[in-house]
Design a protein around this ligand. Structure first.
Ligand code: FES
Length: 175
């Protein structure tokens, strides 16, 4: 049985296209990595925008003297790349060994319950993107979660749930 592995692309409104292209070009042409490749270019764009827009593919191909097919091949090979804009907030919970040993599973369950998700992904209202992380780099503070790149260590499932519910509440209030 064949499966469709083509990434889902969300079209970008015309008014934002030039700004988006400028940011993509900036990310590709100002890479600080010592070796510039298709992968490093995609990583720079992901760092800049939080996702790989459709418009990025030909720019990366041209910059790396590559083809569109080759760029898609690299982009779709790595499951960590996303192809649509992330939600307003990004919540990550570490499930690396140090965090796992001291209760990450309960923290993950509490966060997923609060978000109404069963795993990585976006809430239907695009308020929160949830991601697992294999190490947030703060193992002595395990278990660790991050909310919009701000880290919280020695987190309990109750605290984690509270932090997520605050995000949801503030989104409802329009902040
Ligand atoms: S394993 Fe969780 S922060 Fe390193």
């Amino acid at each position: 049985m064949q499966s469709d592995v083509t990434p889902k692309i969300v079209p970008t409104p015309d008014s934002e296209k030039q700004n988006l292209k400028d940011r993509i070009t900036g990310a590709v042409t100002t890479q600080k990595r010592p070796t510039v490749t298709v992968l490093s270019s995609l990583l720079s764009i992901e760092d800049e925008l939080g996702y790989i827009p459709q418009e990025a593919i030909p720019i990366v191909a041209e910059h790396n003297n590559s083809t569109i097919n080759e760029v898609w091949g690299v982009a779709s090979f790595y499951p960590n790349f996303r192809f649509d804009p992330p939600s307003k907030n990004v919540v990550e919970v570490c499930w690396g060994p140090s965090c796992h040993l001291v209760g990450a599973s309960e923290v993950i369950k509490a966060v997923l319950d609060e978000l109404g998700l069963s795993g990585e992904g976006d809430t239907a209202d695009k308020v929160v993107s949830f991601k697992f992380n294999t190490c947030l780099g703060a193992c002595p503070q395990a278990p660790v979660m991050s909310v919009n790149h701000r880290m919280y260590g020695k987190i309990t499932s109750k605290d984690a749930k509270l932090r997520v519910s605050k995000l949801i509440e503030s989104a409802k209030r329009g902040r």
